[in-house]
Ligand binder design. Structure first.
Ligand code: RB5
Length: 142
């Protein structure tokens, strides 16, 4: 189960993301927002991050205008490793090396075509499980 959330800035891209996940037969839970009305990104970042921490969702995807606000907010929660990615190389590396559990993107930064490729890369790349990466992640969380 993938937890997804956005503010008004990411609302349209979240709709495209839901269509894409449906096509890929990937289950998701939409934590809002549920309209294009102006709203506060930390609310949705926290809901998705909490679902990941509870293990209700294995991964999260957060979208705001820049992706910056949602990533900052999510990363305040202990155990969350939210990666702001606007290219496929970073999406692959952050999953393989950082075992990122949330992908953050900015809908005003990337178009939907690239955004969905980034999502696919993030979802389809496993954590490397390399000892050195595990050690480094543990150092972040100490
Ligand atoms: C909302 O206008 C915008 O500030 C928000 O979507 C996000 O980019 C914040 O980081």
């Amino acid at each position: 189960m993938i937890g997804i959330g956005s503010d008004h800035g990411g609302f349209e891209l979240k709709k495209e993301l839901m269509e894409h996940l449906k096509e890929r037969k990937i289950d998701y839970k939409d934590f809002g927002s549920y309209s294009k009305e102006s709203c506060d990104y930390p609310v949705y970042a926290r809901k998705v991050a909490q679902a990941v921490l509870n293990k209700d969702c294995e991964l999260g995807i957060l979208i705001c205008g820049t992706g910056i606000g949602v990533s900052i907010a999510a990363n305040k929660m202990r155990g969350i490793r939210a990666a702001l990615c606007h290219d496929c190389f970073s999406a692959e590396a952050t999953k393989a090396h950082n075992n990122a559990n949330i992908l953050a993107m900015g809908a005003r930064v990337v178009g939907p075509g690239l955004a969905l490729k980034i999502v696919d890369t993030f979802l389809d790349t496993p954590f490397s499980n390399d000892e050195r990466h595990i050690r480094r992640i543990n150092l972040i969380e100490e």
